[in-house]
Design a protein around this ligand. Structure first.
Ligand code: CP
Length: 309
C-alpha cells in the first residue's frame, strides 16, 4: 500500500504532483462547494495520540468534503488508557476495515510501525520529532502560490529545529524543490550535522534574515524537552523572536509563516503574526486542500483509479 509516512522517500516530482492535485480544491473550498464525493463509501479513521487543532480538524473536513465517513478515535477514552499496545490498537482499527488511517503520535517512528501492520493507506499527522509531511506540503503550496515558485526562494526556518518534525519535513520538501534553506537556532536546539540535510545553519537570526524571501517561525516544543533544557522565554524572544524591526532585515514583502500553534510574544510578536506579510491563516486554508489531495491520491489504487503520476 502507498502510505504517506514522511517526505523522506518522495521524489521531487511526487511532491510537486501532490501540490498540483491540491490546487483543484482551493477555490471550491473558498466557495464552500462540496460537489465531489469521490471518497463516498470509504472510512477514514483519525487516531491522534497527541493534541491537535489544525491537523485533526482539517483531515476531518478534507475527508467529509470528499464524501468519506470520518471517525475520530477518542484516545483519552480508549483502551490505550488500559495499557493496550500501539500495535494491538492498530490491528483493532485494521479489523474494522478502515480504508485510510491518519495517525499522530508522540514517538518518532510510531506511524511507520503501524503502516507495516495494516492493509490500508496510513498518513502521518506528526510522529515525535520525526516528520509531519502534510504540514510540509501545505507550507510548500503556500510558498509556491504566494512567491510564484519554490526553486531559488531563500527560506529561513527559525526556532526549535532540534525537536521540530515540521522543520524536518519542510527541510526535506523545500530542498527537494530547490529552495535555499537556512536554519536558525540556539546551539542547544540545533541538530548535529544539520548541514548534511543541504541547509545552512545560523546561530544569529539577524544574519540569517539577510535577503530572506520567507521567514518560517517555530514553537518551542517544551513537551519534548526536560526541565533544565527549556530556554527562558524572555531570553529566547530577545535573540530568536520575530519582531517588526527584525522582519525589516528580510526582503521587502517577505512572507511570514508559522505552522501553529503560536506562542505570541515568544517566537513571534502579535503585530507580525497579524500583519500584512503573514500567511499564517492561508497555511491553514491550504491544509484542507492538501489533505484532500493526499486522501484522494493514496486511495486511488483501492478505488481502481490510476495512482501516482
Ligand atoms: N500545525 C499543526 O500541526 O497544528 P496542530 O498541532 O494544531 O495540528
Amino acid at each position: 500500500h502507498g502510505h504517506l509516512t514522511g517526505i523522506d522517500g518522495l521524489q521531487p516530482h511526487e511532491i510537486a504532483f501532490l501540490l498540483d492535485e491540491a490546487e483543484q480544491w482551493i477555490e471550491a473550498n473558498r466557495n464552500r462547494a462540496k460537489p465531489d464525493k469521490r471518497l463516498a463509501g470509504l472510512t477514514l479513521i483519525n487516531a491522534f495520540f497527541e493534541n491537535s487543532t489544525r491537523t485533526l480538524l482539517s483531515f476531518e473536513i478534507a475527508g467529509k468534503r470528499l464524501g468519506a465517513d470520518v471517525v475520530n478515535m477518542a484516545v483519552a477514552q480508549s483502551s490505550v488508557k488500559k495499557g493496550e499496545t500501539l500495535i494491538d490498537t492498530a490491528q483493532t482499527l485494521n479489523a474494522m476495515r478502515a480504508d485510510m488511517i491518519v495517525i499522530r503520535h508522540a514517538s518518532s517512528g510510531a506511524v511507520r510501525l503501524i503502516a507495516d501492520k495494516v492493509d490500508c493507506p496510513v498518513l502521518n499527522a506528526g510522529d515525535g520529532s520525526h516528520e509531519h509531511p502534510t504540514q510540509a506540503l501545505l507550507d510548500a503550496l503556500t510558498i509556491r502560490r504566494r512567491r510564484g515558485s519554490i526553486a531559488g526562494q531563500r527560506v529561513v526556518i527559525c526556532g526549535d529545529i532540534l525537536h521540530s518534525r515540521v522543520a524536518r519535513s519542510n527541510i526535506l520538501a523545500l530542498t527537494a524543490l530547490a529552495a535555499e534553506v537556512r536554519v536558525v537556532a540556539p546551539a542547544t536546539l540545533m541538530p548535529a550535522a544539520i548541514e548534511r540535510m543541504g541547509v545552512t545553519p545560523y546561530a544569529d537570526f539577524d544574519a540569517a534574515l539577510d535577503g530572506a524571501d520567507v521567514v518560517m517561525m517555530l514553537r518551542l516544543q517544551n513537551e519534548r524537552m526536560s526541565g533544565a533544557f527549556i530556554p527562558s522565554t524572555r531570553e529566547f524572544h530577545l535573540r530568536y523572536g520575530l519582531t517588526t524591526e527584525r522582519l525589516e532585515r528580510a526582503k521587502p514583502g517577505a512572507l511570514v509563516m508559522h505552522p501553529g500553534p503560536m506562542n505570541r510574544g515568544v517566537e513571534i510578536d502579535s503585530n507580525v503574526a497579524d500583519g500584512v506579510q503573514s500567511a499564517i491563516t492561508e497555511q491553514v486554508e491550504m491544509g484542507v486542500a492538501v489533505r484532500m489531495a493526499c486522501l484522494d491520491v493514496l486511495t486511488r489504487r483501492a478505488r481502481g483509479v490510476e495512482g501516482w503520476a
